[in-house]
Design a protein around this ligand. Sequence first.
Ligand SMILES: C[S@@+](CC[C@H](N)C(=O)[O-])C[C@H]1O[C@@H](n2cnc3c(N)ncnc32)[C@H](O)[C@@H]1O
Length: 242
Amino acid sequence: MTLKSRFYDLVASKFYDKHLNSDAMNEVRMRAVNALGLWPGAQVLEVGCGTGLNQPFLAEAVGEEGTIIAVDASKEMLRRAEERAREGEYSERIAFIEGDVREIEWLTANARDDEGVDAVLFSLILTVVPEWESVFEKAFSLLAPGGSCVIMDTYWPNPNLFQRAMCLAYAADPTRPTFEPMQSFGAEFQIEFYPPDEKTFFLASARAPANMMEAELTQIASNQNQEPDGEEELADQAIGGT
Ligand SMILES: C[S@@+](CC[C@H](N)C(=O)[O-])C[C@H]1O[C@@H](n2cnc3c(N)ncnc32)[C@H](O)[C@@H]1O
């Protein structure tokens, strides 16, 4: 149990599905799952799965032969996810694990394939969890070579009052540039904002490099590109219209 998961147990779980299970949100969730490029039989790790709102899309994408490893530290959020999975008749495809995602490599050790998972999804979690860079790195390192990773989240470097209130309700920090580590470590990094005119959410995707040499080259290229102007441009794109 963590402080944030206790907050989700006692507070956020009470209104979570009312706000974050809208048609508009489900459109973003579906896009995030599509960006993972899953196939029947694939194994996907969902980091901080909450009440399981992405899981109908994940379950459909991996099919009956596939598996979803779903980790969250909040008992109440997981209870709702399990209930949803039973109702949707896909619970046999999901290994629910209660625990702190800062320990993700140990928590999932028995559930994942030896060669690594095919995909990792971070949906509205890296803005919430403490030590988010390390959580990202640990989970990303569990990918099989060439495996895909998607982050769906908000990036509001200067949140307005409404955005501040929203983030307070979900114990989230929207000023974190949570896509940046993936931009450094991942191959084929892409980012898009959604809806395109409002840029409320971003969807970032990348692949685990096929080998360490490729990872190091990506890191060097990314370091060379980290001129202040480039960063400002990305931040401008992210906040435009929000
Ligand atoms: C905003 S919700 C996102 C849930 C889900 N991914 C979604 O898209 O709806 C954040 C989730 O992170 C979980 N969480 C926060 N800190 C955590 C931690 N250290 N370990 C595991 N889960 C954590 C909370 O319990 C909550 O379910």
